[in-house]
Design a protein around this ligand. Structure first.
Ligand SMILES: Cc1cc2nc3c(=O)[nH]c(=O)nc-3n(C[C@H](O)[C@H](O)[C@H](O)COP(=O)(O)OP(=O)(O)OC[C@H]3O[C@@H](n4cnc5c(N)ncnc54)[C@H](O)[C@@H]3O)c2cc1C
Length: 303
């Protein structure tokens, strides 16, 4: 009979959610085991913005200021943070945006507002460093049957608490319903030290955005010409010229159905499930919320 591995907390998923939670649990002195098929899914995006002022409507994300503080604190321990996200503001919208800035540090110029403490980072070195710190058992999980996770090849792993952080790819294991939102990132020959974001975003050598409709499955569709053209037009509006493209990366975000599940501990991205907790369904805000929700997880576990 195969040996059963055991840990106090078993985390399914090695994206930003799972690795951040695992790191914080381990730092508390707990025996943690992370199991994942690979290092990140959506979290392998070439560049991630941590920006609490969301979208074309400039909505201040719920708990956005606290989440930004937690993100600054946590990520700065592992990778360089590129501070400053510039949000061009259309004429006539300035007053609305002023009313939505909350306590975010900012400065205005004629064309928009610079969020001084919002930032971008490179996720891959971050995932690498976190995974080296916590250790990842590379395996596909076939079933979630608390207190066990059943692994491909016949093994299983036992946790006093199980934490689901498997993003969209593993959502079926718990029957979690949500939308899968394809996004495309073009890697450019230019480099933008400061992020610019309106409709599309530019940061580092990345130009990203989401153009395609939501899907019901997590499979990544191939890039389309319409999508590339939409991104380049968006960049041209921001820069005044069309940047040259070197390559492309496709990813799929997972956003939980907002009506589900009941009883979220916080923001509905952290909620109890059979055998433990789920930390998932962030849509475009995984990097903004992972550290803050990781801290909330420690609180609810009272460890
Ligand atoms: C194009 C694009 C741009 C984005 N830009 C930003 C941004 O600027 N800022 C931001 O905050 N967010 C951004 N996001 C969203 C962000 O990437 C996600 O919110 C975040 O990465 C989700 O992280 P996660 O850890 O929940 O999931 P994932 O990164 O998808 O990780 C899931 C993990 O679970 C594992 N897994 C799943 N199923 C199984 C299984 N059955 N067995 C074993 N392992 C399994 C996977 O191997 C992986 O390790 C973007 C997303 C895309 C697609």
């Amino acid at each position: 009979m195969r040996k059963v591995e055991e840990a106090e907390a078993v985390v399914l998923g090695a994206g930003v959610a799972g690795l951040t939670a695992a790191w914080l649990l381990k730092e508390r002195g707990l025996r943690v085991r992370v199991v994942a098929q690979g290092l990140g899914g959506a979290s392998r995006v070439p560049v991630a913005l941590v920006n609490p002022l969301r979208g074309k409507r400039f909505t201040l994300a719920r708990k956005g200021e606290e989440a930004l503080e937690a993100a600054l604190r946590f990520y700065s321990r592992f990778v360089p943070l590129h501070l400053g996200v510039y949000r061009p503001v259309p004429e006539g919208e300035r007053e609305k945006v002023v009313s939505r800035l909350g306590g975010l540090k900012h400065t205005w110029d004629q064309g928009g507002v610079l969020l001084e403490e919002a930032f971008w980072l490179e996720p891959r070195p971050l995932l690498q460093k976190l995974s080296e710190g916590v250790g990842v058992l590379r395996s596909r999980v076939l079933a979630w049957e608390p207190p066990y996770l059943f692994l491909e090849g016949g093994g299983r792993i036992r946790g006093e608490v199980l934490v689901y952080a498997g993003g969209g790819q593993g959502a079926h294991l718990l029957g979690l319903e949500g939308r899968h939102i394809p996004g495309l990132v073009l890697l450019l020959l230019d480099y933008f030290p400061r992020a610019i974001s309106y409709r599309v975003y530019l940061a580092g050598s990345a130009l990203g955005g989401s153009y395609l409709p939501h899907r019901s499955d997590p499979e990544a569709p191939p890039p389309t010409e319409g999508e590339v053209e939409w991104l380049l037009r968006g960049a041209e509006d921001l820069l005044g010229y069309r940047p040259s493209v070197a390559s492309a990366w496709r990813g799929v975000r997972f956003r939980l159905d907002p009506s589900l599940p009941p009883g979220g501990v916080d923001l509905s991205y952290l909620f109890p499930v059979e055998g433990g907790f789920a930390l998932t369904g962030f849509g475009s805000t995984g990097f903004l919320y992972a550290p803050w929700l990781g801290e909330r997880l420690l609180e609810v576990l009272e460890w």
